[in-house]
Design a protein around this ligand. Sequence first.
Ligand SMILES: *Cc1c(COP(=O)(O)O)cnc(C)c1O
Length: 385
Amino acid sequence: MKGIFPTERFKGMETPFYYYDTQILRTTLDSINREAGKHEGYCVHYAVKANANPKVLNIICQAGLGADCVSGGEIEAAVKAGFPANKIVYAGVGKSDWEINLGLEKDIFCFNVESIPELEVINQLAAAKGKIARVAFRINPDVGAHTHANITTGLAENKFGIAMGDMESSIEKAASMKNVKFVGLHFHIGSQILDMGDFRTLCNRINDLQIQLERHHIKVENINVGGGLGIDYQHPNRVPVPDFKAYFDTYARHLKLRPGQTLHFELGRAVVAQMGTLITRTLYVKKGAVKQFAIVDAGMTDLIRPALYQAYHKIENISSDEPKETYDVVGPICESSDVFVKAMDLNAIHRGDLLAIRSAGAYGEIMASQYNCRKLPKGYITEEL
Ligand SMILES: *Cc1c(COP(=O)(O)O)cnc(C)c1O
């Protein structure tokens, strides 16, 4: 039953730590390349913010994906891992001067610009270096996604992107500047999206915008539809690889690309979530008046998603085959929200048992903090154990 984990090897290790199953990662990357490869001009970038562990980045880079960065630090991490600069795109509402300069020096593929003041700064900094920056405009398509309110990004009320009504004047503005070149449109509507209808709605919106731009004889070299494909947090064993076929086919069916246009994707969670597990040791089992708690050595400092988004992560006791009992699994941090799950049935837990908190490869290790003066968790790939 303990199938996929080298539990014996885990026993002597300091906990908590992240375990990255590279077989799952490679299978996932193969599926992405196979399904995207069926369509002409599709380019997949990995959203580095989901997991920037250097060993993980390295494997993704070797599979041939590009990188989607949202900070200068991520550009540095991507370059260090070996991603070629001409496959790096850079988005973010608040790019600082040093970050823009870094992108210019590395000669990245494209800046995804989110405001006119930002466009002006990029033009100035590029002029100072005698360069021409390729820019795409991130358009806010006012498309809602059926996901958690904190992770929708494409609604008019969100802080991201340029309003659709300002799209043409922005492009005209860029055309009047000497040190930027307008190359594309960028969108990203949110995260953990499982309803293909949301992506279809985005396609329809982009089709309308393309028609509008053609009326003004504006040429668009590339379209970037962002990321957002969700994963099955309930069934990491049954569905370890997301349905990339359905995802890319949705775009192929509904998005009308013009001849020569390339279509770019920025997938984060779907690439890395299922390969990652947070391994934690049980410190105490405490029986309260109405429930029992398994108190573990990992906390919201190691994996913040349950506390931040009420996210569900499947948990398994990988040290026990005993009959199931019901537990709240909680961390040691001095916050009431430091709870991984409530009322979950798990094989009877004893002090010292190792628990596997599943589907934690995305937005896990990278969001760890040192609150309570704790150590940051380490991350290990299969080959290191
Ligand atoms: C976060 C983000 C992504 C990746 O989102 P996932 O849901 O992890 O696929 C892609 N593009 C941009 C601009 C982002 O901010």
